[in-house]
Design a protein around this ligand. Structure first.
Ligand code: SF4
Ligand code: SF4
Ligand code: SF4
Length: 305
């Protein structure tokens, strides 16, 4: 069994999550050879004949696309690992800026930039947008999470290597959360830094924008359990994925309206920075953009030149 992990436009956190299997890695390498991973080893290209390749990161430039096509050709099973690969992830947020602004920030303005201010000409050119890997090639399995949680990887990686099938939860984050709804009175939307939420009741009911109801689970609702609203890092819930007319923004507006008895138009006025609060992990996904009532098209048009 030969395994590979490819890196595209991401932060390598998904590969680090695999390394976080710790001692279980010994069981993995007893059954399979890791033959290629730019983060773990110095092998420049994936070899032919890979059994399972994990690809992390979105597709944002020409090099990402070439590497994705190569790993697809050289592997029997291709797994999108992490939300960047599955839905564009945070790399997709780059679509909110022009290419010129992105380069200028990275090569001139960021605090860690060398002060010569020269934008190099030999970096791979951007594609016209970000893509999830499944927008461009056939993907056999999707493993969401930014990064996928250790307990989830411990379930699926040995099963994949052994060729076993698994029954996995298909529910949303809310279904894994043990908070009670409680009374919803004088509801106003709060920013995350405002106040301290009580630990017992639903964060959305308290006015914090918790995306648990529109987000795929399998993380054990780890953020709400630590008193932090879910910001949707596992990508959309299964009902949103399946139904072309369901979208994150519309579903959240409806849920808040039902919860608070405010008309949907009133709720919409309270929402802020929809790109970052609702679509931070999915803005680069064609599946999400192509939905008939998706806000993504307008957000990208508004913010980019
Ligand atoms: S999904 Fe998250 S952890 Fe994985 S590469 Fe993207 S940003 Fe990094
Ligand atoms: S909205 Fe958030 S806090 Fe409320 S039940 Fe769902 S996951 Fe828990
Ligand atoms: S609760 Fe939400 S943001 Fe936190 S890990 Fe789960 S899906 Fe990601």
């Amino acid at each position: 069994m030969k395994i590979a992990i490819e890196e595209l436009a991401g932060c390598s956190g998904c590969t680090i999550a695999v390394l976080d299997l710790h001692e279980m890695l010994l069981d993995v390498v007893a059954e399979a050879d890791i033959v290629y991973s730019p983060v773990i080893m110095d092998v420049k290209e994936p070899p032919e004949g890979i059994d399972i390749a994990f690809v992390t990161g979105a597709v944002r430039n020409e090099e990402n696309r070439e590497r994705l096509e190569m790993i697809r050709k050289r592997s029997k099973t291709l797994v999108a690992l992490g939300t960047c690969a599955c839905y564009g992830g945070v790399s997709g947020l780059s679509m909110l800026s022009s290419n010129e602004d992105l380069f200028s920030y990275v090569y001139r303005e960021a605090e860690t930039t060398k002060p010569d201010g020269v934008i190099p000409t030999d970096v791979p050119p951007f594609l016209y947008r970000a893509f999830a890997v499944g927008d461009l090639v056939k993907i056999d399995y999707y493993v969401t999470g930014c990064p996928p949680k250790e307990a989830f990887l411990k379930q699926i990686i040995p099963a994949m290597i052994a060729g076993d099938t698994l029954e996995l939860s298909r529910k949303s984050v809310c279904s894994e959360c043990d908070r009670k709804m409680g009374a919803v009175e004088n509801w106003t939307l709060k920013r995350r830094h405002e106040g301290v939420p009580d630990r017992e009741h639903c964060l959305l009911g308290q006015g914090y924008l918790c995306l648990g109801s529109v987000t795929f689970g399998r993380c054990g609702a780890s953020c709400p359990k630590n008193n932090v609203p879910c910001h949707g890092c596992n990508g959309p819930s299964l009902d949103i994925l399946r139904e072309p007319c369901r979208d994150i923004y519309g579903m959240m507006v409806r849920r808040i309206s039902d919860l608070t008895d405010k008309p949907q138009k009133e709720v919409e006025k309270e929402l802020y920075d929809v790109a970052h609060t609702m679509y931070a992990f999915t803005i680069g996904s064609l599946i999400m953009e192509d939905k008939e009532n998706s806000k993504i098209r307008d957000l990208v048009k508004e913010r980019s030149r």
